[in-house]
Design a protein around this ligand. Structure first.
Ligand code: NAD
Length: 390
């Protein structure tokens, strides 16, 4: 079994305590990490993996059912599941019969593991499916996460976890009540350059962080997409990609912000942006006085995460893409490999599910971030500084 997650069970509390002390952070909701946790296996896990291969895939690898076969499932997750070692593509849930046929033959998925949105709840009787991965529009995450939990399946839910804090809480409660694990599709917690940023910031390698600059934007080319529909998306670029700036700032600091100000940008394409924002800028203050200046737009291109500390700086650009992540520090180039982020993420999550412990990106982290996103919207709407106590 490949170890792409924290040290297991017995060692976990000790590990968290040690690293919390080392990093001066709290254990819950803050992304603590080590590069080793991402990059290495351990012999116990390797033995289990060897045994798994002898036993055949289904006895050891967890079966994943993808719910929603849109762009991300088709182009990233399904291909990544061909490379994972702790889990595999076992089933699909789709409302489109033609897609079911195509995926069935392409990925050799048995008919009995193919569901639609109506008969989805019958998945509870399917022993092949251990994990339901919700890859639907944001406004549908809560319903399908809760239905999956009620079917007794572990859940991976895409970002943003939901479109309200209340929905996040209902999702966490449903998973707890049904004794299943809940993890968010935060792939960058398994990506070496971003992991290094967490170390540089949290371990204060160049001294205390003073300023962060983060931007994540792309140009949306079609007005008829769910991403521009308030109910399905929950908001505009902030919910979709600005969330990576929030994540980036929080995992640089190892702490959550205490105050937020924000401003909506100008609407230049009203035919696109009559429900959600086109552009938003926001500022997050951290307990040590550091400030993160962030920007997200559906009408620009950007993907940057920069940290400035007392004695040095670092910058990833692009910081959040699926490949080609590039980094530099005040000491020179960052030299880390490009990895299949989604494969590492799902392997890490599957491992944590097998070991009956939280992944490094649990539902609580997803809810924390939705809380921050909602505070950013409140600050932009009211013009007030919003205080946060998370
Ligand atoms: P998409 O539009 O390509 O796919 C959405 C899927 O949902 C489609 O298969 C569509 O048929 C289905 N669907 C079911 N009911 C629908 C409805 N009422 N309206 C619209 N579509 C409906 O979207 P996507 O890019 O695959 O995004 C899906 C989720 O994955 C989103 O939550 C998004 O934030 C997330 N995502 C995450 C990453 C990442 O890097 N982690 C990248 C892309 C998308």
């Amino acid at each position: 079994m490949k170890n792409y997650d924290y040290p297991s069970s017995n060692n976990r509390r000790k590990f968290l305590r040690e690293i919390s002390l080392a990093l001066g952070t709290t254990a819950l909701g803050v992304p603590l990490l080590s590069l080793n946790a991402c990059q290495s296996g351990n012999s116990e896990n390797q033995e289990q993996a060897a045994q798994a291969n002898q036993d055949g895939a289904q006895t050891r690898k967890l079966g994943v059912a993808l719910v929603g076969l849109g762009g991300y499932s088709t182009n990233q997750l399904a291909p990544a599941l061909q490379e994972t070692e702790n889990c595999y593509l076992a089933g699909i849930v789709t409302g489109t019969p033609a897609k079911a046929e195509e995926w069935k033959s392409k990925y050799n998925i048995p008919e009995k593991n193919i569901y639609n949105y109506e008969n989805f709840d019958q998945i509870k009787d399917n022993q092949d499916i251990d994990i339901v991965y919700v890859v639907l529009p944001n406004g549908m995450h809560a319903e399908y996460t809760i239905r999956a939990a009620q079917a007794g399946k572990h859940v991976i839910c895409e970002k943003p976890m939901a479109t309200s804090v209340e929905d996040c809480q209902r999702m966490i409660d449903a998973c707890n009540q049904n004794n299943v694990n809940l993890s968010i599709g935060y792939r960058l917690h398994y990506e070496p350059h971003n992991l290094r940023v967490m170390e540089l910031g949290q371990q204060q390698v160049y001294g205390p962080v003073r300023r962060i600059e983060a931007a994540d934007s792309f140009v949306i080319g079609n007005p008829d997409v769910w991403r521009l529909d308030k109910e399905l998306a929950g908001g505009g670029p902030l919910m979709d990609v600005g969330i990576y700036c929030v994540q980036g700032a929080v995992y640089t600091m190892g702490e959550t912000p205490v105050a937020i100000t924000a401003q909506f940008g100008e609407v230049t394409k009203p035919e696109y942006f009559d429900e959600v924002e086109e552009t938003i800028t926001w500022q997050m203050e951290f307990p040590n006085g550091a400030v993160a200046d962030c920007r997200s737009s559906y009408n620009e291109s950007a993907g940057k995460l920069r940290g400035e500390a007392e004695n040095g700086w670092w910058e990833l650009d692009p910081a959040y893409s699926y490949s080609g992540i590039d980094g530099e520090t005040s000491e020179g180039d960052m030299d880390y490999p490009q990895v299949n982020q989604q494969a590492r993420q799902m392997d890490g999550q599957a491992q944590s599910f097998m070991e009956n412990r939280q992944s490094r990106v649990p539902g609580e982290m997803g809810m924390r971030d939705v809380r921050i996103l909602m505070a950013i919207y409140e600050a932009a709407r009211t013009g007030n500084k919003v205080q946060l106590d998370i």
